[in-house]
Design a protein around this ligand. Structure first.
Ligand SMILES: C[S@@+](CC[C@H](N)C(=O)[O-])C[C@H]1O[C@@H](n2cnc3c(N)ncnc32)[C@H](O)[C@@H]1O
Length: 200
């Protein structure tokens, strides 16, 4: 485990048990974000950095019993909390780095990642890995149930110009990684960047 990962794991391990009770009202926001991906029955979808699996029931509902839902996270404590919440009924849970997925190339129809990219030491590398495992035309949703400014204020911070989630930074980073940014929303109560995998 790299030192970058050790710090992230320790950070989220300490939060895992209380994660869901800390944010009890977010379910409709996750459902709406999943709906925005326009998934179809039978598709294969990854929740990268799934944490306790808050998006997994909505992802399973979207792809139905014939679909495949994978929840991937670096922090075992988060995945154990997902199991305790019964979310392993909705998805196969995998402990892995989102930037090194044990997934075949061009095998996914969609990738959902909530609250993940700003925790990554190399977000561009993860976006390239997402592009590797995504089929042409696959959708990527980078989501947070509150906007960047609201989140920064919650932590006593202000928005930083080098934030990877900011549109001027994210759009070219996605383009360089094989994605085209199709929609971008960053309001007080929602952050959602939707991108489409370019062919080739
Ligand atoms: C802010 S939490 C969000 C969890 C969940 N997506 C949600 O919305 O409730 C970020 C999650 O990303 C995971 N994470 C951070 N870096 C990761 C990486 N390199 N690969 C996979 N998961 C990672 C953390 O363990 C944590 O569970």
């Amino acid at each position: 485990m790299g030192s970058d990962h050790r710090g992230v794991r320790e950070f989220f391990a300490a939060k895992a048990d209380a994660w869901d009770s800390r944010y009890p009202d977010d379910t409709p926001a996750y459902e709406a974000a999943v709906a925005a991906m326009s998934l179809s029955t039978g598709q294969t979808v990854l929740d990268a950095g799934c944490g306790t699996g808050r998006a997994l029931p909505a992802l399973r509902a979207a792809v139905g019993p014939t679909g495949v839902v994978i929840g991937a996270d670096l922090t075992p404590e988060m995945l154990r909390a997902a199991v305790r919440a019964g979310r392993d009924r909705d998805a196969q849970l995998v402990e892995t780095d989102a930037a090194r997925l044990p997934v075949r190339s061009a095998s996914l129809d969609a990738i959902f990642a909530a609250g993940l990219v700003h925790h990554l030491p190399d977000a561009a590398a993860a976006l390239r890995e997402f592009a590797r495992v995504a089929r042409p035309g696959a959708r990527l949703a980078l989501f947070h149930p509150i906007g960047r400014a609201t989140l920064a204020a919650r932590h006593g911070n202000t928005l930083q110009p080098d934030d990877v989630r900011a549109e001027p930074n994210l759009r070219p980073m996605l383009a360089d990684s094989g994605w085209e940014l199709a929609e971008y929303v960053d309001t007080a109560d929602r952050y959602l960047a939707l991108a489409v995998r370019r062919p080739g």
